[in-house]
Design a binder for this molecule. Structure first.
Ligand code: UDP
Length: 310
């Protein structure tokens, strides 16, 4: 297939490019580089089946030649990033998604939308199943991301129902691994960076809030299987192994032998979900997929990556 990956220079997008090339496909990565970086794809420069286009998908979009699939991964995705770029986040989820749907129609290409566990907001159902509608404050600080992705899901379903576009929707839960930006503000780069500098880890609030962390290779495997499947309804992809942020901090300190300890800071963003864990039974059933890399193994690989960056 000839495949367009929007957000192809981002964390997940660049790993997707690697996987698609390894599967024998041709890949066009598109990115405006506001939160992505060419460093994530520099190893692909010169690859005969790889092309990079610097472009903002909220602007007019045109791709020459045939296109079999579009993976729409362009968006700021860490809370710090979407708080810095709320308008760009809303535009890429709305106008950007509209543009890629038009492109999919023009090329008769299938479209996979990267949605998020944030559509569930601060969830009142635990673990989160795909049929849960969520608990989101549209005008809260996280609303720009949550509502952009909720709108994106809605317009993707509308194009599927009205125009018969061959669509997929993945709801991505917290994912970590090499190529996360050290300064993206998320808990994994923050904690690992602090630990490698011998500093205390900054736990926001009392650390009782939970997350469930999926290693990037497992995430990409789920995404690829979903792309090849026939499922049009949303599918959660993530690792159901749930851990409190405080226990996570202890784990990072242990894996890095960090003597710096932990400090508590009153920095939780309003609407910061208290719990998050994917119910992945749908993905297990229809994609024959489940995560394989345990958190310690994934973190060790991630720590190695960050050693060069700190
Ligand atoms: N967090 C933390 N210390 C940090 C960064 C984040 O305690 O230095 C917490 C944050 O308050 C949240 C969780 O870790 O409860 C995960 O935050 P992240 O920004 O990684 O992503 P989210 O899952 O909230 O989108």
């Amino acid at each position: 297939m000839r495949i367009l990956v929007t957000g192809g220079a981002g964390f997940i997008g660049s790993h997707l490019c690697d996987r698609l090339l390894a599967e024998g496909h041709s890949v066009i990565a598109m990115d405006n580089l506001i939160t992505g970086t060419t460093r994530n794809i520099e190893h692909l420069v010169g690859h005969e089946r790889f092309l990079f286009i610097k472009h903002d998908v909220t602007n007019y979009l045109y791709v020459e030649g045939k296109l079999d699939a579009i993976l729409h991964f362009a968006s700021p995705a860490s809370p710090i990033d979407y708080l810095n770029y709320p308008i760009q986040t809303l535009k890429v989820g709305s106008l950007g998604t509209h543009n890629v749907l038009g492109l999919a129609m023009a090329h008769d290409a299938r479209l996979l939308l990267a949605s998020t566990s944030e559509v569930y907001g601060d969830p009142l159902v635990h673990p989160q199943t795909e049929d849960y509608w969520g608990n989101v404050n549209p005008v809260g600080p996280r609303g720009c991301y949550d509502e952009a992705k909720r709108f994106a899901e809605a317009i993707v379903m509308a194009y599927h129902n009205v125009h018969g576009v061959n669509t997929r929707i993945v709801r991505i839960f917290n994912t970590f691994g090499p190529r996360m930006r050290l300064d993206d503000g998320r808990v994994v780069p923050n904690f690992v960076g602090q630990a490698l500098r011998g500093e205390p880890l900054t736990v926001y609030g009392d650390g009782s809030q939970t997350r469930s962390f999926c290693y990037i290779d497992d995430q990409v495997d789920g995404l690829y299987r979903l792309l090849l499947s026939d499922e049009h309804e949303p599918v959660n992809i993530g690792n159901p192994y749930e851990i409190s942020i405080l226990d996570f901090a202890h784990l990072i300190n242990e894996l890095t032998d960090n003597p710096g300890g932990i400090v508590f800071q009153d920095k939780r963003i309003e609407g910061d979900p208290q719990t998050r864990r994917p119910d992945i039974s749908k993905g297990q059933r229809i994609l024959k997929w489940e995560p394989k890399v345990d958190i310690r193994k994934g973190l060790k690989r991630t720590i190695e990556y960050f050693k060069d960056r700190v």
